[in-house]
Design a protein around this ligand. Structure first.
Ligand code: COS
Length: 392
């Protein structure tokens, strides 16, 4: 038995209901049986990812002419939540392809770039990634040390990038690197990188606490030559592209977090109805049932913030109005909700919650990263407060 969904007052179209049901079915049939095993081994689940590409999940918002499903942001967040209810690693890979890779090219790319890079990624043949972070440049993204120097019709790129999600397997990257260090953030430029070219190599794979099936690594550039036609946007326009893309990415992370929170809640709900202590179901004790009340309330509030952000992103397609505030609030609240719910789910399950024989310990490990990547909770608070106060 599942909980009654309070369901926010957003009317979902038939198309939205269909993609949600398709994602739910796919996750239950194809991902649920392998999620724990891939978490254990840390292997990349390439077969299921390719299947997800075939059914349109790797390019939900990309137009059909570029191999995508041609749907909207609400469709994307609904599908992603369903995938993440079963496995956040698959959700992370899906989220990177959709919002961190395709979105920036759709928004800032040329027609040739869209054909060349989005089509294979949206259809699941190839894997895309986004590379901003460096060993000494995380939250303060404008301080990167990698360099691209123009040489004739190419840029020659050197440097070390880190924490690249899908890095060990990515075929293409959206890379941000410095073309003019004297200009600070205005000296950063974006490039579309082909991992098959000379000068590109994959570095150390990160041994991670959670989302272990979503591989993460360093990427090293040694005299990599990127042709001018693969520069994304203008020279010096990279920081704004990076931030714009992260606004979209943060809605994706929020949806992942919502999926993990829901999974933690559903597991707890089932457990408290079955498990007995002191002659009662443990859900009859307020010490336990009030935890569930708080989980449910936060989940529904997170859902509303995410849907609001999804609608603001759709509005941006027409008006160009930024949705940084909505995206940051959704990510901040949903990720802290995921941690809250996963933490309480482990506590409610007691020893069983600490065992790898139950999935809640995986939810607990997977939840943590949603408070860290694509901007920590502290960075989300900084973005929200700066936008609200107008001060810095
Ligand atoms: N959309 C469009 N433009 C944006 C923007 C956004 N969301 N956010 C900032 N900008 C623009 C600003 O308008 C400003 O433009 P001008 O050059 O015209 O003045 C420029 O970018 C610089 O903005 P700002 O001065 O706010 O930059 P800061 O160096 O202070 O950095 C933060 C702002 C901290 C918010 C940013 O660096 C950030 O988000 N850091 C976290 C990075 C991150 O998420 N990393 C994880 C990578 S994925 S694992």
């Amino acid at each position: 038995m599942t909980s009654a969904s309070a369901g926010p007052n957003f009317t979902l179209s038939e198309e939205h209901e269909m993609i949600r049901a398709a994602a739910r079915d796919f996750a239950r049939k194809e991902i649920a049986p392998i999620a724990a095993e891939f978490d254990e081994t840390g292997d990349f689940p390439i077969e299921t990812i390719k299947m997800m590409g075939e059914i349109g999940f790797m390019g939900i918002e990309a137009p059909e002419e570029y191999g995508g499903a041609g749907m909207d942001t609400l469709a994307y967040v609904l599908a992603l939540e369903e995938i993440c209810k079963v496995d956040a690693s698959h959700g992370t890979i899906m989220s990177v392809n959709n919002s961190l890779f395709n979105y920036g090219i759709l928004k800032f790319g040329t027609e040739e770039q869209k054909q060349k890079f989005i089509t294979p990624v949206a259809s699941g043949e190839k894997i895309g990634a986004y590379s901003l972070t460096e060993p000494m440049s995380g939250s303060d993204a404008a301080t990167m040390r990698s360099r691209a120097v123009r040489d004739g019709d190419d840029y020659v790129i050197n440097g070390r990038k880190s924490w690249v999600t899908s890095g060990p397997v990515a075929d293409f990257l959206v890379l941000f690197t410095m073309t003019d260090p004297d200009q600070g953030h205005r000296g950063i430029t974006a490039f579309l990188i082909d991992a098959d070219q000379k000068g590109y190599s994959r570095g150390k794979k990160e041994p991670k606490l959670g989302i272990r099936a979503s591989a993460t690594s360093e990427i090293l550039f040694e005299d990599y030559r990127c042709p001018v036609e693969d520069r994304l946007g203008e020279e010096g326009g990279g920081f704004k592209i990076a931030m714009t893309v992260l606004d979209a990415g943060r809605i994706g992370v929020a949806s992942q977090a919502l999926g993990i929170a829901e999974a933690s809640y559903q597991a707890s709900l089932e457990y408290v109805r079955e498990r007995e202590a002191f002659g009662k179901k443990i859900g009859q004790f307020q010490g336990v049932s009030f935890k569930l009340a708080d989980m449910k309330t936060r989940i529904e509030a997170a859902r509303l913030l995410i849907y609001q952000a999804a609608l603001a992103k759709e509005e941006n397609k027409k008006s160009g109005k930024r949705y940084s505030l909505e995206a940051a609030m959704a990510k901040l609240f949903a990720s802290e909700t995921a941690m809250f719910c996963a933490h309480n789910a482990v506590q409610i399950h007691g020893g069983m919650g600490y065992s790898k024989e139950y999935p809640v310990e995986r939810y607990f490990r997977d939840a943590k990263v949603t408070e860290i990547y694509e901007g920590t909770s502290e960075i989300q608070r900084l973005v929200i407060s700066r936008l609200e106060t107008g001060l810095r």
